[in-house]
Ligand binder design. Structure first.
Ligand code: NAI
Ligand code: MG
Length: 477
């Protein structure tokens, strides 16, 4: 049984209720976390508020940066322990989990360095006046994160907020709260003052709704589904606070006839199967110029058929999907595509000794997928790749931009002019050219257009999102 962190107290839920922690690899419950309440959220928001006038708020930017650097080192010192926790909780292969923990540390390192580097400015104004712009924290920032990359998401959203001196309240996903709780212990050991980071575990409709609607918060960062993203923005509107939303995507790999095949194929396969396709930036659409469609897709199919699925300890290409609801959702997309007669070009394999009670799905490559099919337009959030032919550059751009999403895209061609023309025409927050995916990509501003959301995380721009300015006008005569 784990406790959650409010101020400097490790506590259970105010009404004592708990949630089971279930392994995606075998469906067995192996721990418990508090099922937090609105009352717990209220206390966490108060603790975060109090931190702003307590020891945390007294620190200067350099001192905040130093503490964050110590947190990064603590995480690295406990990399294996945290990776084991993360792998057990999410089902992902151990090497993926190890990388996720490295990225968590990297977020704290990067933003530790940023803490004292977002400067204000002076502004020319009327004679006799001196105008300066101060950079200030927003206040209490709320962070609601999903279950696909729990440790990375924590780093991505909490680290910049701490760097700017905010008091933070984190609600991890109910399925994956364990790495956040262990991280918080390490952060306190590294010297993070009480109240700077509070964690309330529990259900979205309970803790998430209470936190996003709390009148005491100044900002919400949310990553997850479109449905909940809309609720978050409504809650933010009621309190007139800003929100940053990252709501997934249907990201295209746009492959032209002069592609470097040897380079592109493994990257394209990895971009959809890693983390069992449960990645907001998954490259889930494979758009290939018709003149090479058959030969290129055949090469992808050969690589796809070699994908192996298993438990974290087996450490194969990917693990199970998160929970029974996700399993049902992904399997439904696969079954419906088959019923619609969309050809299956390749399937990966589930390891023979993977537990039958685990939430495993077979990675599946479909093609050609009709442009109006659900598989061509909707986020599956599983290891399912939809191949589609296009005619020329204009058709490629229209097809790439033809979904409601706009998070990532990749363009594959050896023609530099085409590379840049297409990259500029595609609606996405990041475009990769002859490569794919941010992996960690901590330095690279990231976020959506269209229904993929708004606001920017990662990189230096994230610091602007979680801070504000105050204009000082001084008449000196
Ligand atoms: P979700 O949006 O319900 O969950 C994400 C987070 O929001 C969790 O922490 C959850 O507890 C919280 N939440 C849920 N309801 C809430 C509410 N009413 N108020 C405040 N917070 C709330 O996502 P879910 O249901 O787990 O997954 C469904 C689909 O969402 C996936 O199949 C996928 O398509 C998409 N998704 C996208 C993610 C991304 O990285 N963009 C991550 C997770 C899910
Ligand atoms: Mg949900």
């Amino acid at each position: 049984m784990k406790n959650m962190l409010i101020g400097d107290q490790w506590v259970g839920a105010s009404d004592g209720r708990t949630l089971s922690v279930v392994s995606p690899s075998n469906g067995q419950a192996f721990d418990e976390i508090p099922r937090g309440t609105a009352h717990d959220v209220d206390r966490a928001v108060q603790a975060a508020r109090a931190s702003l006038t307590g020891p945390w708020g007294q620190l200067n930017a350099m001192e905040r940066g130093r503490i964050m650097m110590r947190i990064a080192q603590k995480v690295l010192d406990h990399e294996e322990e945290l990776a084991q926790i993360e792998a057990k909780d999410t089902g992902k292969p151990l090497s993926t989990a190890r990388n996720d923990i490295k990225v968590l540390a990297r977020y704290f390192e990067f933003y530790a360095g940023g803490a004292d580097k977002l400067h204000g400015e002076t502004i020319p104004f009327l004679n006799g006046h001196q105008v300066s712009l101060l950079r200030e924290p927003l206040g209490v920032t709320a962070h609601i994160i999903p279950w696909n990359y729990p440790a990375q998401m924590l780093g991505r959203t909490v680290a910049p907020a701490l760097a700017m001196g905010n008091g933070t309240v984190l609600k991890p996903a109910e399925d994956t709260s364990l790495s956040a709780l262990r991280f918080a212990e390490l952060a306190l050991e590294a010297g993070l003052p009480a109240g700077a980071l509070n964690i309330v575990t529990g259900l979205g409709e309970e803790v998430g709704a209470a936190l996003s609607g709390h009148p005491g918060i100044d900002f919400i960062s949310f990553t997850g589904s479109n449905e909940v993203g809309t609720l978050i923005q409504q809650a933010a509107a009621k309190n007139a606070v800003k929100c940053v939303l990252e709501l997934g995507g249907k990201s295209p790999q746009i492959v032209f006839d002069d592609v470097d095949v040897e380079r592109a194929v493994p990257i394209i396969v990895r971009a959809i199967v890693q983390n069992a396709g449960q990645t907001c930036t998954a490259g889930s659409r494979l758009l290939v110029q018709r003149s090479i469609y058959d030969t290129f897709v055949k090469r992808v199919a050969e690589a796809f058929a070699k994908v192996r699925v298993g438990t974290p300890e087996m450490d194969l290409d990917c693990g199970p999907v998160m929970n029974p609801a996700q399993h049902k959702r992904v399997q439904r997309y696969i079954d419906q595509a088959r019923e619609q007669g969309i050809p299956v070009l390749a399937e990966g394999q589930i390891a023979a000794d993977a537990p039958t009670t685990g939430h495993f799905v077979k990675p599946t490559l479909f093609g050609p997928v009709p442009r109006t099919a659900a598989l061509a337009c909707e986020e599956v959030f599983g290891p399912v790749l939809a191949a589609m032919p296009f005619e020329d550059e204009a058709d490629a751009i229209a097809l790439a931009n033809g979904t409601e999403y706009g998070l990532l895209a990749a363009v594959w061609t050896e023609n530099a002019g085409r590379l840049h023309r297409v990259a500029k025409s595609v609606k996405a927050g990041q475009v990769f050219m002859n490569c794919y995916g941010a992996g960690g990509g901590v330095e690279l501003p990231f976020g959506g257009t269209k229904r993929s959301g708004h606001g920017r995380e990662k990189g230096f721009l994230a610091l602007e999102e979680v801070s504000t300015t105050k204009t000082l006008v001084h008449y000196h005569g």
